[in-house]
Design a protein around this ligand. Structure first.
Ligand code: PEP
Length: 257
């Protein structure tokens, strides 16, 4: 089976509602440049979900950047899966390295969030990746293996097949540095093997695994040309319509809708 390629924007803590609306209106004017053969999503701050749901072109889905794993309760400052789903989110990023490193999210929390996302009808985008020290000590494969197995451990093969994994080396995020497409392919092929060993071959063939970390219009084609790389999770370069569209076009090889 062929896996549809995906372009997902992670806006992090950027854009007010007014700025998000302006982006969506401008993207709407360029929607004919987004090939129908790809899947698209934007993960804005939670405050902009409702507006984007109304204004974004329909071929661009919405995702949240985080959820808490409980359904409801006395958890000041958190949002639940149901709350973001009600605002139009179909995806949720789980275990981004900024959440793991700046907010202390453990593998155990990530596992629970992935489980809650799936139980609530959201597609998790599970982020895995090594930091610079781990890379220098040749721990890349063992780190992504541990994070992948732990993150998916509560899910059935069927549930994993429709989930998304993003391999994001921590040292590449926002730094302008990237692994070569061949190096990213090697790690992503390994992640697919881990999925195959733990959830079955069919599941591994279906799950989409993206690369993320300093992806730009001028380097995205090299990554998505690799056989195991099913698209990109993009931070900085997803904030401007011009670069979002340029990445979509580079992925589609010039094809339009
Ligand atoms: C990210 O935030 O997931 C990311 C990959 O950021 P950037 O593209 O800016 O490196």
């Amino acid at each position: 089976m062929t896996r549809r390629k995906m372009l997902i924007g992670n806006w992090k803590m950027y854009k007010t509602v007014a700025e998000a609306r302006a982006f969506a209106e401008q993207l709407g004017r360029s929607a004919h440049l987004l090939a129908d053969s790809l899947d698209y999503a934007i993960c804005p701050p939670v405050t902009a979900l409702q507006t984007l749901r109304v204004v974004l072109p329909t071929k661009v889905a919405l995702g949240a950047q985080n959820i808490y794993f409980e359904q409801q309760g006395a958890f000041t400052g958190e949002v639940s899966a149901e709350m973001v789903r009600e605002l139009g989110a179909r995806y949720v990023i789980v275990g981004h390295s900024e959440r793991r490193n700046l907010f202390g999210e453990s593998d155990e929390w990530v596992r629970q969030k992935v489980h809650t996302a799936v139980a609530s009808g959201l597609t998790p985008i599970l982020c895995v990746g090594e930091d610079l020290r781990q890379r220098e000590q040749n721990e890349t494969m063992s780190v992504v293996e541990r994070q992948t197995m732990s993150g998916l451990s509560d899910l059935t093969g069927e549930q994993v097949a429709t989930a998304v994994i993003a391999y994001e080396p921590v040292w590449a995020i926002g730094s302008g540095m990237t692994p070569s497409p061949e190096q990213a392919e090697e790690v992503i092929a390994h992640i697919r093997r881990v999925v195959s060993d733990t959830k079955g071959q069919e599941t591994a063939k279906q799950i989409r695994i993206l690369y993320g970390g300093s992806v730009k219009p001028n380097n995205i084609a090299g990554f998505v040309a690799q056989p195991n790389i099913d698209g990109a999770l993009v931070g900085g370069a997803s904030l401007e319509v011009e670069s979002f569209v340029a990445m979509a076009q580079a992925m589609a090889g010039g094809e339009q809708s």
